[in-house]
Design a protein around this ligand. Sequence first.
Ligand SMILES: *[C@@H]1O[C@H](CO)[C@@H](O)[C@H](O)[C@H]1NC(C)=O
Ligand SMILES: *[C@@H]1O[C@H](CO)[C@@H](O)[C@H](O)[C@H]1NC(C)=O
Ligand SMILES: *[C@@H]1O[C@H](CO)[C@@H](O)[C@H](O)[C@H]1NC(C)=O
Ligand SMILES: *[C@@H]1O[C@H](CO)[C@@H](O)[C@H](O)[C@H]1NC(C)=O
Ligand SMILES: *[C@@H]1O[C@H](CO)[C@@H](O)[C@H](O)[C@H]1NC(C)=O
Ligand SMILES: *[C@@H]1O[C@H](CO)[C@@H](O)[C@H](O)[C@H]1NC(C)=O
Ligand SMILES: *[C@@H]1O[C@H](CO)[C@@H](O)[C@H](O)[C@H]1NC(C)=O
Length: 537
Amino acid sequence: MDLLNMKSLLFLLSLIGCCAGQDALPEGPVDAVLGRHVTFKTQINLKEPFVAVVWSFYDRTELVPIVTVTSAGDKVADDYKGRVSVNRTNGFLTLGPLEAKDSGDYSFVVVTASEGTKTGETKLRVLEPVSALTITSSLSEAIEHNSTVVLTCSAKGSFLRFSWTNGTAPIVADGKRLTLTEDQEASTSKLTINEVLRSDLMGPIYCIAANKLETERSAPFNLSVSYGPDWTIITPPPMFVKMGSNLTLPCSSVSTPPATLTWYHDGAMVKSADGVLTLSDIQVAQSGKYHCVAFNPKTLRYVSSVEVPVTVLEAISGSKISGPAETLIAGNHTANLSCQATAGNVTTRVWTKDAAPLTPSARVVVSEDGGTVTITPVQKEDNGEYKCQLTNKINTDSATYRMVVNFGPEPVTLTGEDEVEVKDPVSIKCSAVSFPPANYTWKFNGTMTAVTTPVYAIPNAVYKNTGTYTCEAHNAVTGLTAMGSHNLAVREEGALDEEGLSDGAIAGIIIAVLIALAAAIAAVMYCRRKQTIESPY
Ligand SMILES: *[C@@H]1O[C@H](CO)[C@@H](O)[C@H](O)[C@H]1NC(C)=O
Ligand SMILES: *[C@@H]1O[C@H](CO)[C@@H](O)[C@H](O)[C@H]1NC(C)=O
Ligand SMILES: *[C@@H]1O[C@H](CO)[C@@H](O)[C@H](O)[C@H]1NC(C)=O
Ligand SMILES: *[C@@H]1O[C@H](CO)[C@@H](O)[C@H](O)[C@H]1NC(C)=O
Ligand SMILES: *[C@@H]1O[C@H](CO)[C@@H](O)[C@H](O)[C@H]1NC(C)=O
Ligand SMILES: *[C@@H]1O[C@H](CO)[C@@H](O)[C@H](O)[C@H]1NC(C)=O
Ligand SMILES: *[C@@H]1O[C@H](CO)[C@@H](O)[C@H](O)[C@H]1NC(C)=O
């Protein structure tokens, strides 16, 4: 009975509604998510409580009532029990939880006492929630510049729109290298990257799917892109390497996956372990050019470093100066000093004598390679310490040699008293420059004495000491002798006092002093007078 009444009422009302205009509901569609609630809002302004509100659903061709609200109460169709409610103030219908079959057209009719009947229609789209976003790749690994990578993002949900980001930056298709295609039916989006670059997928990459109500982001996606080696660098070693030392030649490259490194010596492969070539106890034969090659097993690319030169040199050691074996006598002998090392190639030799550079001269000749110094003949000034400094690119070594040149004696000098009084002491000194020091002998009036010291001493002179004293200096090594004479006169006691001033001389000095004094006084007086005349007062 009720249902029949309802149907006839609805029919009537729908007829009226047609005529009264259908603007009681805003234009749709209304989107809502499956499982959630939706509220249909009306756009009528009721000034009084309504008489009746009817919400209906167009099931294909038939209009099926959902709920009828009158003063008698709410009448809910069986299919909708527990899923609908109507606000008695404004007539809004709340429906939910939504099912897929709720998508469709809805009709609304309101009847008021004074304003008559208003109707409206709208469409509901029940959207499936966005879920299950996954990115899959056409390749499990990619090679930079070579691979074309297709990433497919699939998702569940209705009316989805897709976008992609690399990290947070949106990925924009350029239509050439990067293209994006969307398949609405299948709810998928494809990102195609031609000639992939490492930066394309450094990401992580996200796929974003959205409908009007929801936005979901996929889990981060990574795909390793193999690339490189971009370059290969061998760390340059020092230009010159000491023989016996350990040389390391590190090599590096930028490559993913890491490149395998191989070293070459003058084009021949050298065995090495992990990342570094170590040449222990390096020998001269290992001199040459070294380079390193990096190989990426994925990209199959080789990149070679530049060649670096290595020169292995033996350090100078065992330096020695050999000098003449014979005893050198100034003016008679030649000395050869030869500077040699037992190991190492010497580049330069520098000679010094007594810490100052050795000056070549007509006598002192340094050979072209600096290996020998020839002194012809040696002279006394050649005595001293010779040093030879041997240098190459690796080190410096040195050797010293003390040269002894025997010479002299040079002409003697004799000093001492010429005249003494009896009982005075006498000391006559004889000296002659000589190496080794000379031996001295003395003759008196041509007769050999027992004195062999450089000083001939007489404590108390007697008359018979008067005469000629001859000193002989003899160098046992050079075999040379030098001599000189000195005359001594011994006088009576007091004979030498007369050398003092006589009385007359003393008187003369006193007179001279007095005259000088008078002259000085006169000069002072003259000056004073002269001043007075010139005075203006
Ligand atoms: C019905 O609508 C009115 C006006 O919009 C509102 O104030 C009221 O809270 C609603 N009632 C219910 C039960 O939601
Ligand atoms: C992607 O790469 C990041 C960092 O490079 C890493 O933390 C993450 O685990 C990777 N994720 C996957 C799925 O490989
Ligand atoms: C060179 O390396 C070896 C080990 O490989 C080590 O025993 C030796 O001390 C090193 N020599 C130098 C000069 O560092
Ligand atoms: C990459 O492409 C180049 C040129 O097309 C080709 O020679 C090379 O073999 C390719 N590399 C790999 C690893 O397939
Ligand atoms: C010194 O060396 C020169 C040539 O270097 C040689 O002619 C001379 O005989 C040598 N003299 C001595 C004393 O060794
Ligand atoms: C030594 O010679 C001097 C002069 O020729 C002479 O006067 C003196 O008497 C001589 N003395 C002795 C002790 O012969
Ligand atoms: C030095 O040379 C001269 C002349 O050549 C010679 O007479 C003299 O005996 C030599 N002296 C020595 C000590 O060899």
